[in-house]
Design a protein around this ligand. Structure first.
Ligand SMILES: [Zn+2]
Length: 183
């Protein structure tokens, strides 16, 4: 659902979604400048716009940050994209098989795509998605991203239990999380 809100003369557009697995309200500004508010299933829409109102300065800051930093990895041509995608898929398959020896979770589909700002995601119905750009990362960061999404199959949010699961196979998660954010 696309929504709009006027805060101090700034028009803020955002997508509103509800999630059964969100326990808190979440706000996300992506590199494509989209703003998404995720509400826990039983929260009212009113709490979403109150939240946006409260955070509008941060939202505007993120948007201008992304506008200034458009230096993302250059888009490859179609043939290269397909080749990178296959290489990324091999890495993901191999590493999921390896790390899942320690977790034993099950997933549905694995998709390699080209999301604008994310490295990976785990859908509510158990599909794992990864960016083809994973192929270009150092191996320890690939591991972090793959295990991160793998652990979301069990722990949907980033609570203490989630990090405990991650620490089973990934040392220094926090450091790696920062390294990825800084990319
Ligand atoms: Zn996550």
């Amino acid at each position: 659902m696309e929504k709009q809100l006027l805060v101090n003369k700034n028009k803020i557009k955002y997508n509103l979604r509800k999630s059964r697995r969100a326990s808190n309200i979440r706000l996300c500004v992506r590199r494509d400048l989209s703003v998404t508010v995720t509400l826990p299933w039983c929260s009212s829409e009113k709490s979403a716009y109150q939240f946006v109102e409260e955070k509008y300065k941060w939202i505007l800051d993120r948007i201008s940050y992304f506008q200034k930093n458009k230096s993302c990895i250059a888009e490859p041509n179609r043939a290269d994209y397909i080749a990178y995608k296959e290489k990324a898929r091999e890495i993901v398959n191999k590493k999921l098989a390896y790390f899942n020896q320690f977790y034993n979770f099950s997933w549905k589909k694995i998709r390699i795509r080209n999301p604008i700002s994310r490295w990976g995601s785990c859908s509510e119905d158990g599909n794992l998605n990864f960016s083809y750009r994973l192929f270009f990362l150092p191996e320890e960061l690939q591991d972090y991203i793959i295990v991160h999404e793998l652990c979301h199959l069990k722990e949907f949010n980033h609570g203490a239990e989630f990090w405990k699961l991650m620490s089973k196979t990934i040392p220094n998660s926090e450091e790696k999380r920062k390294a990825i954010k800084a990319l």
